[in-house]
Design a binder for this molecule. Structure first.
Ligand code: MN
Length: 318
């Protein structure tokens, strides 16, 4: 009997249309109580149904608690998912027989487990992101040993997540940000290997910014992901305001409609005017493409509603 891979929502109805989400990093640089309030209330006011919350650092005494986060979500009527990206100090895509390898992998597993616990504590059914590797420019290809370790760790994390009714998303990224999963086809194959280890709660997460770099087209990415596809990040080729770049949004939405996709579509746009210096440096957000989050959130949802209604009228209620 299979696990239900659909991401659960508080506001779910049987006829739930595709929920439109927004990444908290569009609004704020951290998850202090004031930031959490600004991000959650701003997202709801702009019309989104979902917010993606990067898991707060467990050692950050200034972060909003799970209980505070839940209270804000409930007051705003918003659903949440959780995300993270591993880094070179907490990477599971490592050879554990190499010096420091076991310690680095253990830190990665700890961060993934902590993200699952945070998701469960705030009622979020999904932890996605760069969960299988560090988000970094590797100096070499993935090795059989590093890949095997990533599979082993994710199998354990997925087991913990399943007990908490949480799904794990694997967001493949471009070649400059991971050496392990760069396409939907690679990610599908990797998920198949997790299946063989008994994992039935892992999903494929497409980010249009990364897919644009590596796939034949966004539609091809959706087709290759097939029934594995559970979550999307909508991000322009320049990571600025969606609809102002070169991505083929109509091709994407047509492919999603053909596939009957009903999962979340989450807007991801980052500006150095908002994000922390660490995030700015990590993703290379050197140019300030915008500086008013509320305006970007509103322009983005207006764009999405119009294009979705035109290309996939049955997937969204507006
Ligand atoms: Mn992304």
């Amino acid at each position: 009997m299979g696990f239900d891979l659909r991401i659960p929502f508080r506001r779910a109805a049987e006829d739930l249309a595709t929920p439109l989400g927004v990444h908290a990093g569009l609004w704020v640089a951290d998850w202090s109580p004031a930031s959490a309030r600004a991000a959650i209330e701003g997202s709801a006011a702009a019309g989104y149904q979902l917010i993606e919350i990067p898991v707060p650092d467990a050692t950050d005494p200034g972060a909003a608690s799970a209980a505070e986060t839940v209270a804000l979500l409930e007051a705003a009527g918003l659903d949440a998912v959780v995300s993270l990206a591993l880094d070179p100090a907490s990477d599971i895509n490592v050879d554990v027989s190499a010096p420091e390898g076991a310690a680095v992998s253990a830190r990665g597993e700890q961060r993934l487990t902590r993200a699952v616990e945070f998701a469960a504590a705030i009622g979020a059914g999904y932890v996605g992101g760069v969960t299988y590797s560090a988000m970094t420019k590797y100096a070499h290809p993935a090795t059989p040993a590093s890949r095997e370790n990533a599979l082993e760790v994710l199998t354990r994390v997925a087991r913990t997540a399943r007990a908490a009714d949480v799904r794990i998303g694997l967001e493949y990224v471009n070649r400059y940000e991971s050496n392990l999963l760069n396409t939907a086809a690679q990610t599908t194959a990797f998920l198949g290997e997790l299946d063989a280890r008994g994992v039935d709660n892992a999903l494929l997460h497409v980010d249009t910014y990364h897919a644009n770099s590596e796939e034949l087209s966004l539609a091809d990415a959706v087709q290759d992901a097939g029934g594995r596809l559970g979550y999307l990040h909508l991000s322009e080729n320049h990571r600025g305001v969606i609809g102002t770049g070169s991505l083929d949004w109509d091709g994407l939405f047509a492919a999603l409609a053909r596939g009957g996709f009903r999962g979340p579509l989450t807007v991801e746009s980052f500006s150095p005017a908002v994000v922390s210096p660490a995030t700015r440096d990590g993703i290379g957000a050197w140019r300030t493409l915008w500086s008013d989050p509320a305006a970007v959130a509103e322009r983005s949802i207006d764009f999405l509603r119009a294009r979705l209604a035109a290309s996939a009228p049955h997937t969204i209620s507006i």
